[in-house]
Design a protein. Structure first.
Length: 351
């Protein structure tokens, strides 16, 4: 396939590009390389992808292997630029789209709300329009566990209401799910939304807890532990997220013939539309998360305990049954393995 990956220089997006290329798909990446965090890290992720593509080509030459090499092109572009995105879709004629570009971060949405509307709402609309007008076979896009908001009925199920988000970030992602449904209904566009649960791992964002904790602990500085350390999170390793994305991508959403308008299901529709949770399904207390990190760093953290922040929720826990039923996949990596891999990468990257 030829696949568009938006947010290709991002944490999850760069991992997705590598896996698509490894299995032989052509990938066109889009990223605006904004300065929300270190642009150098974004460039390093792209260089890693390009080196991978080059290594495949060299290996085939050495083996005199027949066949074509998967291709990768990265375009610096803002997804909210409707004209540029329209040209991109019409020029490239993608088979599928993995939409991961977004303005991330719950706390940042309290300070810069318009960034979230521009990227997460307007940007998503340009992607939907591009898919609609070029007959894209399947759109898979990132949603978030933040859509559950005030809901405390855990584990979170896609059958649960997601109508009370406590942050603008969560609200914009919920809007993506509803916008996708309207396009699936009106134009027959197959769309699948994946609600990510606290993703972590190598090449992660510097504003994420694991990155911040590691940097502070190694520097001998205190870490901020919100909600008095009573948070419970469904931490999901990045490789599990990527495998879930590819498993979903290969199984486009179809019409649910059993869907009843009198008793509507929240996770399927008579339109080719689906929403799935993608989380580990094994929530971990934040203090245990920190303990595992301390073990792998070989150093204790100085802790600055703070109250629950605005826009944050005390706990998350994913039910992934629909992901298993529809795609035959469920995440499995433990935090012990995931944090070990992150610490190894962090030391190498900053060496």
């Amino acid at each position: 396939m030829k696949v568009l990956v938006t947010g290709a220089a991002g944490f999850i997006g760069s991992h997705v590009c590598l896996e698509l290329l490894a299995r032989g798909d052509d990938v066109v990446g889009v990223d605006n390389f904004n300065n929300y965090y270190d642009v150098g890290l974004k460039r390093a992720r792209v260089e890693r992808i390009e080196m991978f593509v080059d290594s495949i080509a060299l290996k085939r030459q050495d083996l005199a292997s027949a066949g074509r090499n998967a291709t990768f092109n990265i375009k610096r572009m803002d997804i909210a630029d409707r004209d540029a995105m329209s040209v991109l879709f019409s020029d490239e004629m993608f088979d599928a789209v993995v939409h991961l570009a977004a303005q991330a971060g719950v706390r940042h949405s309290l300070e810069q709300p318009f960034d979230y509307i521009d990227s997460n709402v307007t940007g998503f609309l340009t992607v939907l329009e591009g898919c609609r007008h070029t007959n894209v076979k399947h759109l898979v896009y990132a949603s978030t566990s933040s859509v559950y908001g005030l809901n405390t009925n855990m584990p979170f199920s896609v059958q649960n209401p997601a109508d009370h988000p406590v942050s603008l970030y969560g609200a914009t992602k919920r809007s993506n799910e509803l916008m996708a449904h309207s396009y699936s209904h009106l134009f027959g566009l197959s769309t699948t939304g994946l609600r990510f649960f606290t993703v972590y791992g190598p090449w992660g964002r510097p504003d994420m807890a694991l990155f911040l904790f590691t940097k502070a602990i190694l520097a001998g500085k205190p870490i901020d532990v919100f909600n008095g350390g009573k948070h419970v999170r469904d931490f999901t390793y990045v490789d599990d997220i990527v495998e879930g994305i590819l498993s979903t991508l290969d199984k486009p959403a179809i019409v649910d013939v059993d869907w009843k308008s009198g008793h509507p299901s929240s996770q399927s529709s008579f339109a080719p539309w689906r929403v799935h949770n993608i989380g580990n399904g094994r929530p971990v207390e934040l203090m245990r998360y920190i303990e595992v990190l301390e073990e792998h760093l070989g150093k204790k953290a100085k802790k600055n305990f703070l109250p629950l922040q605005a826009g944050d929720v005390p706990g998350t826990n994913a039910s992934v049954e629909t992901l298993w039923e529809n795609c035959g996949y469920r995440p499995h990596t433990s935090i012990e393995v995931g944090i070990s891999n992150f610490v190894k990468w962090y030391r190498e990257y900053h060496s």
